[in-house]
Design a protein around this ligand. Structure first.
Ligand code: HEM
Length: 470
C-alpha cells in the first residue's frame, strides 16, 4: 500500500485484493477509460497504481515514454501475460513471445509487411474491396440501410482468409461462412472469456492452476486445422504463392532447431487475431466520421477521383498520392485508437530518467494511448474530427510520442501498414461508388463496450444509407 508513497511517486490508492482494478473488476468502466482516468488524475510524468498486489506504473510524459520504451528498450522488451506453458498457442503468439524468441520471430515476419509484399497483397485486398461494393450495392438496391460494422467485419474476414490463410472465404457474397462464424466466435467476449483473458494476462498463476488458455478452444482448433490443411496441400503440391503460408513453411524448414511447430502455427492465428477487430472497427469508425462530416467526405471523394483518373488501378503508388486520405485515416486512428493502452514489463532494476526513483524488475509499465490522443495540450479540441491536424504543415508540430495508435518502439504493431492499407482500400472503394450518411436508425455508435479490451462500439451496428454514384 505504501510502496509508491515511500518512493515519493503519486499513486492511485489501492483497495485490498484488487489494488487499483476494482472498477474494472466490477465492469463499471472500460479498460481504455480506466487508464485514461488515471492519466488525467495527475500532472506528474508518471503515476503509480496496483495491478492486484503488484505495484505498476503509468507513464504519462511523451518524452519519458520514448526514453524508456525506445531508448532503453533492452529493459522493456516484454509485455504482461503469456507465461503459461500449458498454452502453447497463446504464449507463443508474437504479442506475448518471450524476448529471446520474439527477436528472431519478429525478424522472420517483418519482411511479410515490406512494400513489395504489401503491393502483392493489395491485389487480393482490391478484389475483396470490389466484393464490398457489390455487397453494399445489393442491399442498397432493395432500399436497405447497410450495417457497415458487419460489412467491415466481412471485408476483413475475407482479407485475412486470402492474405494469411491462403484461401478465398467470400463471406461478403455468401453472407455467412464457417470461417466468418468461427472468426466471430474467436474474438467474441463473453463474461467467461473476459475473466479467462484477464487471468491469462494479469494472474498467470491462476491461469496455470486452472489451465486457462488465451483463446476460445473451439475456434483455435478450427483455425489451426484450416491452416494445417492449406500448409499440407502447399507442401504436397510444391506450389508457391509467396504468401504467409510459404513464409511459415520456410521458417519450419530452416529454423526447426529454434521453433516448435506450435510456435509457427501461432503466428497465423496471431495475425488473424491482430487484424480482425482492430481493422474492422477502424474501418467502421472512419466511415462513421465521414458520415458525420459531409464536407470531409466530399473533399476526400474529390481527391480519390482525381488521383484515380491518372491511375488505372488502385496501386500502392496511387494510394501514396492520396495525401488527404492519409490525413483522414490518421485522424480517425487518433480519435479512435482501437487498442487504447499498451504495456511493457521492466526486466531489470531501472532508474527513471531525471529522477531518483528505481523500479524493480517485473514492474509493469502502462501507457494510455487514449489519454494522450485526447490530451488537449497535444491535440486542441480533441473531440473534433479534424484531419488538418495531419496536414503536411501541421504534422511537424505533433510532439513525438503523443500520437501512437500503433504503439511505440521496436515492439510496436507489426501490422500497422497492412491495417492502414486495408482501411484505405475500403474507403476508396466505398467513396468512389457511393455518397453516404447515417441511417435514421443508426443509434449511437460511439459508446464503448465496458467489458472489452479494445475500443469496441457498444452498439454493434452502424447503419448507413448509401446512394450509388453513377
Ligand atoms: C488499425 C488496426 C490496428 C491497430 C490500431 C493496432 C494497434 C496495435 C498496438 C497499439 C499494439 C501494441 C504496440 C506496442 O505495445 O507498442 C499492437 C501490437 C501488435 N499488432 Fe497491431 N494494430 C492493428 C492492426 C494489426 C494488424 C492488421 C496486425 C496483423 C496483420 C497486427 C498485429 C500486431 C502484432 C503481431 C502485435 C505485437 C507486435 C510485437 O509484439 O512484436 N495489428 N497493435
Amino acid at each position: 500500500k505504501n510502496y509508491w508513497k515511500n518512493l515519493g511517486v503519486p499513486f492511485d490508492k489501492p483497495v485490498p485484493l484488487f489494488g487499483s482494478l476494482l472498477p474494472l473488476a466490477k465492469q463499471a468502466i472500460s479498460v481504455g477509460d480506466f487508464f485514461c482516468k488515471l492519466y488525467r488524475s495527475t500532472d506528474h510524468p508518471y503515476y503509480g497504481l496496483f495491478i492486484l498486489g503488484q505495484p505498476s506504473l503509468l507513464l504519462r510524459d511523451p518524452r519519458l515514454i520514448q526514453d524508456m520504451l525506445i531508448g532503453d528498450f533492452e529493459c522493456f522488451q516484454e509485455r504482461m501475460g503469456g507465461k503459461c506453458d500449458h498454452d502453447q498457442i497463446g504464449t507463443n503468439i508474437l504479442f506475448y513471445m518471450k524476448a529471446s524468441s520474439w527477436k528472431v520471430m519478429r525478424g522472420n515476419l517483418s519482411p511479410f509487411f515490406s512494400s513489395s509484399k504489401l503491393s502483392r497483397m493489395l491485389e487480393l485486398i482490391n478484389s475483396v474491396g470490389e466484393n464490398l461494393v457489390s455487397h453494399i450495392r445489393k442491399k442498397t438496391s432493395v432500399g436497405l440501410a447497410v450495417n457497415s460494422l458487419d460489412a467491415s467485419t466481412m471485408y476483413v474476414t475475407d482479407i485475412v482468409a486470402s492474405c494469411f490463410f491462403g484461401f478465398i472465404s467470400d463471406s461478403l457474397s455468401k453472407g455467412v461462412t464457417e470461417f466468418l462464424q468461427i472468426s466471430e466466435l474467436w474474438t467474441k467476449l463473453t463474461f467467461m472469456r473476459v475473466v479467462q483473458t484477464s487471468c491469462f494476462v494479469f494472474v498467470p498463476t491462476l491461469a496455470k492452476m486452472f489451465k486457462i488458455k488465451l483463446f476460445d478452444q473451439t475456434s483455435e482448433k478450427y483455425l489451426q486445422d484450416v491452416f494445417l490443411q492449406v500448409m499440407g496441400e502447399r507442401k504436397r503440391s510444391g506450389q508457391e504463392r509467396r504468401d504467409l503460408v510459404d513464409l511459415l513453411i520456410k521458417i519450419e524448414k530452416e529454423q526447426s532447431h529454434l521453433f516448435k511447430r506450435e510456435e509457427i502455427i501461432a503466428q497465423t492465428l496471431q495475425l488473424h487475431f491482430g487484424s480482425y477487430d482492430t481493422t474492422s472497427y477502424s474501418t467502421s469508425f472512419a466511415l462513421y466520421e465521414l458520415c458525420a462530416n459531409v464536407g470531409i467526405q466530399k473533399k476526400l471523394r474529390g481527391e480519390i477521383n482525381s488521383v484515380l483518373s491518372q491511375h488505372e488501378i488502385v496501386s500502392l503508388e496511387a494510394i501514396k498520392k492520396m495525401s488527404y486520405l492519409h490525413m483522414v485515416v490518421s485522424e480517425s486512428l487518433r480519435k479512435h485508437p482501437i487498442i487504447p493502452i499498451m504495456d511493457r514489463v521492466c526486466s531489470k532494476p531501472y532508474t527513471i530518467p531525471n529522477s531518483s526513483v528505481t523500479i524493480k524488475a517485473g514492474t509493469p509499465c502502462f501507457v494510455s494511448i487514449y489519454g494522450l490522443h485526447y490530451d488537449s495540450r497535444y491535440f486542441p479540441n480533441p473531440e473534433t474530427f479534424d484531419p488538418e491536424r495531419f496536414s503536411p504543415e501541421n504534422k511537424a508540430n505533433i510532439i513525438p510520442g503523443t500520437y501512437i495508435p500503433f504503439g511505440v518502439g521496436p515492439r510496436n504493431c507489426i501490422g500497422s501498414r497492412f491495417a492502414v492499407l486495408a482501411v484505405k482500400v475500403a474507403l476508396i472503394c466505398i467513396i468512389r461508388n457511393f455518397e453516404f450518411e447515417l441511417a435514421e436508425d443508426a443509434g449511437s455508435f460511439l459508446g464503448y463496450d465496458r467489458k472489452a479490451f479494445l475500443l469496441t462500439p457498444r452498439n454493434k451496428s452502424l447503419n448507413i444509407k448509401y446512394k450509388p454514384i453513377s
